[in-house]
Write a protein that binds this ligand. Structure first.
Ligand code: C2E
Ligand code: CA
Ligand code: CA
Ligand code: CA
Length: 278
């Protein structure tokens, strides 16, 4: 028994050092990725279920590693955040997205807004607000075309979130609270920040309809948004039944595999041409 315990321990140590060297090698590779066209942005449609129209898209980052293939953002974003590389990467994402919106406009394709995920380090950086505005100006876009998605963990990291947030609000850039309800202080942030939209986290919808508690939470979040006179959208909508539940409870904006997975810009343009009446 003792020797098997020791074996297990060395197995555990081996796993640990494997994970560590894995992280270090990903970290090095990520430094290269940005300059070598290995990163790209995919777009997932946001739909108004009443009209069936596309009301926007969420931009999600992808990394095509030359040997490993596609690396999940859930794996590499935290590494980019720890190394500070997220500032350069996030800035690149904003430029890509603004360029893309302008291109779709030129092609006569209607994408009212694109939501971009923002990390704490980005919001904490002095130049961030200026950079966002500079990208909009450079691509000649009005500010309401962009929405910044902030999770509560991002907001938690900031001491002067307010000042930064006010600048965005004054400039007309939309702010959304992502994964709403998963943090501890959603309501406090909602009270303090000029937010235009709540995004109901996928975890609350996974057992809806069916789970009475989750149903109540989803209804309460929708009601909260309505009472505060802000928009609400549900993420991770995979089934007709989920969508029906949302519809019955007056949440008409949805995003999820039911309508489409995140896809490359070209495929998104083709999708727009297919789905929008001309
Ligand atoms: P998130 O912001 O909560 O994004 C939603 C995630 O759910 C995405 O995963 C999306 O592909 C996935 N998803 C969308 N619809 C469905 C559905 O119907 N069912 C299921 N099961 N999943 C769905 P993804 O693309 O792997 O991104 C993971 C996370 O990585 C994001 O979570 C976000 O926190 C982060 N991330 C992605 N791109 C960026 C970025 O450009 N900057 C920053 N800072 N973070 C990013
Ligand atoms: Ca998001
Ligand atoms: Ca989310
Ligand atoms: Ca989520």
């Amino acid at each position: 028994a003792k020797s098997s315990g020791r074996n297990r321990l060395s197995w555990y140590n081996r796993r640990l050092s494997e994970e560590l060297s894995e992280r270090v090698s990903l970290e090095r590779a990520l430094h290269r990725a940005l300059g070598h066209d290995e990163l790209f942005v995919v777009y997932q449609p946001q739909i108004d279920v009443l009209s069936g129209q596309i009301i926007g898209a969420e931009a999600l980052l992808r990394w095509q590693h030359p040997e490993r293939g596609l690396v999940s953002p859930a794996l590499f974003i935290p590494i980019a955040e720890k190394t500070g590389l997220i500032n350069a990467i996030g800035d690149w994402v904003l430029d890509q997205v603004c360029r893309q919106i302008a291109e779709w406009d030129q092609q006569g394709l209607n994408v009212p807004l694109v939501a971009v995920n923002v990390s704490a380090q980005q919001l904490g950086s002095e130049q961030f607000a200026d950079r966002v505005l500079a990208h909009l100006i450079h691509h000649q876009l009005s500010s309401e075309r962009l929405e910044l998605e902030l999770t509560e963990s991002v907001l938690m990291c900031l001491d002067d979130a307010n000042a930064c947030m006010r600048r965005f609000a004054d400039a007309g850039i939309r702010l959304a609270i992502d994964d709403f309800g998963t943090g501890f202080s959603s309501l406090a942030y909602l009270r303090a920040l000029p937010v235009q939209r709540l995004k109901i986290d996928r975890s609350f919808l996974m057992e809806v309809p069916g789970n009475r508690n989750d149903e109540s939470i989803v209804r309460a979040v929708i009601g909260l948004a309505h009472n505060l006179n802000i928009d609400v959208i549900a993420e991770g909508v995979e089934t007709e039944l989920q969508q029906q539940f949302l519809h019955q409870n007056h949440c008409y904006a949805v995003q999820g595999y039911l309508h489409g997975k995140p896809i490359k810009a070209n495929d998104f343009a083709a999708y727009l041409r297919r789905t929008s009446p001309s």
